[in-house]
Design a protein around this ligand. Structure first.
Ligand SMILES: C[S@@+](CC[C@H](N)C(=O)[O-])C[C@H]1O[C@@H](n2cnc3c(N)ncnc32)[C@H](O)[C@@H]1O
Length: 338
């Protein structure tokens, strides 16, 4: 069994956490990027979220994959799955099994910021799929995709779980454009997107009755406390989740219960929170087919198919690089006629 794990998170990433926290906490409207939720404790909390009755995205995405993975294997004949933000790869196993059954699967490449997850999932997959080459990258998919190994054949790049929704619109298109360059002429992107629907249903998914999402949200403060010597009191913040109808995205925030002074020793920073002041910790954009098509077009991608469930709760988009644009033939003809 071949499992290779390479880590690209190091001193430079402590700097990046420091920069993001400094930048985010000194803005008039405070904000922290969602990737810092996922230390080992945060990753375990996210796994629990996926099992919650209110959290439909995982269940529905899994059902779509269970139904359509065979077709995806036949459509692509892929030798390789590159999964970004792979987590426990619970759903991608459905795809791997179909490709293994079709006899085309050679390699699985995972990219995630959580090292323990990359290592344990990689070891399990190598056992479950004899002969599979597993290459784990502990890194940030916004900065380390240059470290992917050269393609082992036709590629599927998978970004599941609605993770694309965490990007703001401009950075989302830039990120998708970068992914397009990883696909090669025959490869496809498999993109899990949560769809626009009744806001109450979406809000319940991000504010569960058992309080697991609230604990996940507060975990980002524990990460900043541990990594940067801050003294946030996580329990002094309330979990807030609401659907922003104008932007069609969910926002998670942490609201200070009272006035607070927080020190971030590692940055030599002192931050004041007014009573009820909010810190944004995540956006999660919801998609319509039109929004998705526009994002793909801006990223030089085109939709092959948007697979959804019968209630249109969640979508699994298959996209490929769009054909390169030709040099304006109409104008050439006009010039020739002059
Ligand atoms: C919403 S979870 C989805 C997990 C899994 N793909 C699924 O569908 O259940 C997001 C995953 O992306 C990872 N992640 C978030 N930001 C990342 C980043 N910038 N670079 C690499 N991994 C990231 C997290 O550690 C987590 O495993």
């Amino acid at each position: 069994m071949t499992v290779t794990v390479r880590s690209y998170l190091g001193a430079e990433d402590e700097t990046s956490l420091g920069d993001d926290v400094l930048d985010g906490l000194t803005r008039p409207f405070k904000e922290l990027p969602p990737k810092y939720f996922y230390d080992e404790a945060g990753a375990a909390l996210f796994d629990r979220i996926c099992e919650l009755p209110e959290y439909y995205p995982t269940r529905v995405e899994r059902a779509i994959l269970a139904e359509r993975a065979g077709e995806l294997a036949a459509l692509t004949g892929a030798a390789e799955v590159v999964e970004l933000g792979s987590g426990t790869a619970a759903k991608s196993r459905l795809l791997l099994s179909s490709l293994a059954d079709a006899g085309t699967l050679r390699r699985y490449v995972s990219v995630d910021v959580t090292e323990g997850m990359i290592r344990s999932t990689g070891a399990s997959l190598a056992e479950e799929y004899p002969g599979l080459e597993v290459h784990g990258i502990v890194g940030d998919f916004e900065r380390h995709l240059g470290h992917l190994p050269a393609p082992a054949g036709t590629r599927i790049v998978a970004l599941l779980g609605g993770t694309i929704g965490n990007f703001t619109p401009g950075s989302r298109r830039r990120f998708l454009r970068g992914i397009g360059q990883l696909l090669g002429p025959d490869g496809v992107l498999l993109l899990g997107v949560d769809l626009v629907k009744d806001p109450a249903r979406i809000e319940a998914a991000y504010d569960d009755a058992a309080g697991v999402t609230a604990a996940f949200n507060r975990n980002v403060l524990r990460v900043v406390n541990r990594e940067l010597g801050a003294d946030f009191e996580p329990d002094g913040f309330d979990h807030v989740a609401f659907f922003d109808r104008e932007h069609e995205w969910i926002e998670m925030r942490l609201r200070a219960q009272r006035r607070m002074t927080v020190t971030v020793a590692g940055l030599g920073l002192t931050v004041e929170f007014a009573k009820r002041e909010e810190l944004r910790t995540e956006i999660s954009a919801k998609f319509t087919p039109e929004r998705l098509a526009a994002d793909f077009a801006a990223a030089r991608l085109e939709t092959v198919e948007l697979m959804t469930d019968s209630d249109a709760l969640f979508g699994l988009a298959v996209a490929r690089q769009s054909a390169p644009r030709r040099f304006r033939p109409a104008r050439r003809r006009a010039l020739a006629a002059v």
